[in-house]
Design a protein around this ligand. Structure first.
Ligand code: GLV
Length: 335
């Protein structure tokens, strides 16, 4: 029996690619170039499965170009690079990598908050530039972290992890806003109080964004929302580019309308809005919130496990959509 053909659309840990080879006929993008949609479509044209990262879009055009494709396993918890409805209608399963990155990503969110509030990047640049000549009473004096108010927009697993760190580790008052309220038990565990978005923006000392990207969450924070924040507040985005209007944020930072921002994700990344590169009061990191060796291995392993379980007939482990049975059956027969 011929093995399913799998495309690994970006480089991954060689031993995990090797494990996939025990189950599948595998093509790996070992050069790790980010393919254009046309290149991806050409590579996927004869494949039954694809392992993607957030850089590869699985949309109607790709689905049409890859008629045998049955599953796309994303090595990310966010899956806004998938058109899940088009995939479901075409009978294509999507999967993601939840849970395995929750605590690591929450660690990073908290690290970025601290670096931003305590001006670590800005002061390091100052030191490296040879500008440090003397101690002074207000040199790089930042905002307090412990005991301050932490506002979390998006209270899924990662948001809850950040809330626990803030409330239990740093004695912070935690307020959150989410599409739906947490259970009373989870609210108690996270010591978090549900508030409206406007109240959160007006009262939080540190606003952390952890919402999934969708058309509805586009520019969750724009000029109007920034105007509601305290001039001493910080804004942290570890969610997705496009959740924040980066141009409006750069203007607010330049004009001191908020104190500082910490950004791990950007609109149009890996391009970064040029104004963000010139304002001093922003900490910029290249989308690395889940980047520990152990967590990236766990993510790649879960993406591989999804492919293996799916083709074994055990079903996807962490599905993000429910493909139409009839369309899925048609794809299983496509040659
Ligand atoms: C990273 O951004 C992810 O969604 O896993």
């Amino acid at each position: 029996m011929t093995q399913p053909r799998i495309l690994v659309a970006r480089a991954i840990f060689p031993d995990i690619a090797q494990r996939l080879r025990q189950h599948f006929d595998v093509e790996v993008n070992t050069d790790d170039v980010v393919w254009t949609p046309a290149e991806l479509a050409a590579r996927a044209a004869d494949k039954q499965g694809v392992l993607t990262t957030g850089s590869e879009r699985i949309d109607a055009a790709l689905l049409a170009a890859a008629p045998q494709l049955r599953i796309a396993a994303n090595m990310a918890v966010g899956y806004n690079n998938f058109d899940v409805d088009a995939m479901a209608a075409a009978g294509v399963q999507g999967t993601n990598t939840p849970d395995v990155l929750t605590e690591t990503t929450a660690d990073f969110g908290f690290a970025l908050l601290m670096a931003t509030a305590r001006r670590m990047a800005e002061s390091e640049h100052f030191l490296r530039a040879g500008l440090w000549k003397k101690w002074s009473y207000d040199m790089f004096a930042g905002g307090e972290v412990h005991g301050s108010t932490l506002g979390i927009i998006g209270m899924g697993r990662i948001g809850q992890g950040i809330a626990r760190r803030g409330a239990h580790g740093f004695g912070m008052k935690v307020v959150y806003h989410n599409r739906s309220r947490l259970s009373a038990a989870l609210e108690a565990e996270c010591k978090a109080t549900y508030v409206g978005k406007e109240e959160l923006l007006a009262t939080a000392d540190h606003v952390v964004l952890v919402v999934p990207y969708s058309a509805a969450s586009h520019h969750t924070i724009g000029a109007a929302e920034l105007a509601l924040m305290k001039p001493t507040a910080t804004l942290i985005n570890i969610a997705r580019g496009g959740i924040v209007d980066d141009a409006a944020l750069a203007a607010a930072l330049r004009e001191g309308r908020i104190a500082a921002a910490g950004l791990d994700v950007f609109e149009g990344e890996p391009s970064v809005h040029p104004d963000l590169l010139t304002v001093p009061n922003v900490v910029l990191t290249p989308h690395i919130a889940s980047a520990t060796v152990a967590t990236r291995r766990a993510m790649a392993t879960l993406a591989a496990d999804n492919l293996i379980a799916f083709f074994d007939g055990r079903g996807p482990l962490t599905p993000v959509n429910t493909p139409t049975a009839q369309a899925a059956a048609m794809r299983a027969l496509a040659r």
